[in-house]
Design a protein around this ligand. Structure first.
Ligand code: C2E
Ligand code: CA
Ligand code: CA
Ligand code: CA
Length: 398
């Protein structure tokens, strides 16, 4: 346990110090005092069950007061990273409330210090208050984005683009990855980087998946019918939140049940780094997907922390090698070594590999030579709207 014992008289921190932790009083009493050049005045006491020094871990600012143990005390230390990491990932409304409250508390402390000083010198107390109009709070943009996204989904502003996945040796088209785009009424066509990360942290991502999965199947059926390519599959990017949702496998099953022509033609992609959370629930979902004939590819492979050890216990249909490793080919031997290692691992586990971000013929040739079976990238085609993907497929097969 992170408890410390401090004898009476110990100064825990001084006003103006850099702070990186807060304390909860388990036993004893702590005096909080404000200091100026002339003197120190006690402004508060903290006893059993109370927290102090919390401002530093909320906003990383310096200590606004001095804390001294006035009895032998036992304190629980709460480090900044315990809170700030959680706060950064938290709901933006919560974040904003915490920021606003800590800002107000600070202003109050500063005002208190000025009042004390003025009382000591009989000078008039200068007026204070929050700085007016200092711009929009950073959480505001996130809150607005979330609200816009909820509306955008309902209004049909999202669409999918499709990028082919090809066999490197013969250049045969095996499938398409579906990639979300947002036709924002004011900002134009937005790439996923502008809204997927926020959707992940706010929980909206499951709404996006529920929209994307049936849409991907419908678009696939339309675009491959036009090109008479009845074997081509589609992949949908899903988040770990989806895999943790016990209803998710049932949702996939119902999407497939109402589209018999899509059977065996749906795959999902999950990012490697996301696989560590709730491994049992995730593993269960992956097994149920496989039972339905839905293969799971591990996305961005090589960028996460997954121990290779847990990979072989998961039903994995393919490894997608992150495009940064492919880009590193052009920077000599080391870039290739990582890919070589991944390919060897995949071979041992008998898992097919897909290289992402293949942009040049040299990369494609090298990958094929190293034993990578499939590729995806601008060399073959960029992500395209469904109609264009259908035309692209038709032109190739004729
Ligand atoms: P990802 O799953 O790794 O998708 C591949 C990304 O690489 C796509 O970016 C694609 O356009 C891009 N790309 C493909 N080939 C090349 C190439 O040769 N060179 C370069 N430089 N880039 C290439 P995009 O469409 O911007 O998507 C970004 C990420 O957003 C995706 O990365 C995926 O993680 C996420 N995402 C996209 N759509 C969805 C979705 O429907 N659901 C979820 N959960 N995530 C999505
Ligand atoms: Ca992907
Ligand atoms: Ca990827
Ligand atoms: Ca990626």
């Amino acid at each position: 346990k992170d408890s410390i014992f401090v004898p009476a008289g110990t100064v825990l921190f001084r006003q103006g110090d850099a702070g990186d932790c807060a304390y909860v009083v388990e036993e004893g009493r702590i005096a909080i005092s404000l200091q100026d050049a002339a003197q120190s005045r006690r402004v508060a006491m903290r006893g059993r069950g109370e927290i102090f020094g919390e401002m530093a871990i909320v906003d990383g600012s310096t200590r606004s007061a001095t804390a001294t143990a006035i009895e032998d005390s036992r304190l629980l230390v709460v480090t900044a990273d315990r809170l700030s990491h959680r706060l950064a990932a938290a709901d933006p409304v919560l974040r904003m409330v915490v920021d606003v409250l800590s800002g107000r508390l600070r202003a109050t402390m500063a005002q208190l210090a000025r009042t004390e000083r003025a009382a000591a010198s009989d000078a008039p107390v200068p007026a204070t208050g929050p700085e007016p109009g200092t711009g929009e709070h950073s959480a505001m943009a996130d809150i607005r984005l979330e609200q816009d996204l909820v509306k955008g989904i309902a209004r049909g502003e999202l669409c999918l683009h499709f990028q082919p996945i090809v066999e490197l040796a013969e250049r045969r088209v095996l499938g398409f990855e579906s990639l979300a785009r947002w036709n924002h009424p004011e900002r134009g066509l937005l790439p996923p980087a502008d809204f997927i990360p926020r959707a992940e942290t706010s929980g909206l991502i499951t709404a996006i998946t529920r929209w994307a999965l049936p849409r991907a199947l419908d678009d696939l059926l339309r675009l491959t019918e036009a090109a008479s390519a009845a074997q081509v599959y589609v992949t949908v990017n899903v988040s770990v939140a989806d895999l943790q949702d016990p209803d998710f496998p049932g949702f996939i099953a119902s999407c497939l049940a109402s589209r018999p022509d899509a059977e065996g033609r749906l795959k999902i992609e999950v990012t490697e780094s996301l696989m560590l959370a709730q491994p049992d629930r995730v593993r269960d979902s992956l097994h149920r997907c496989r039972e339905m004939g839905v293969d799971v590819a591990i996305d961005d492979f090589g960028t996460g922390y997954s121990s290779l050890g847990h990979l072989h216990r998961l039903p994995i249909g393919a490894l997608k090698i992150d495009r940064n490793f492919i880009a590193a080919f052009d920077h000599g031997e080391n870039g290739r070594k990582i890919v070589q290692t991944i390919l060897r691992l995949a071979e041992d586990l008998v898992i097919p590999t897909i290289a992402e971000g293949v942009e040049t013929e040299e990369q494609a040739a090298l990958l094929a030579e190293m034993g990578c079976g499939q590729g995806q990238g601008y060399l073959f085609a960029r992500p395209m709207p469904p109609e264009a993907a259908g035309r692209w497929l038709r032109d190739r097969s004729s």
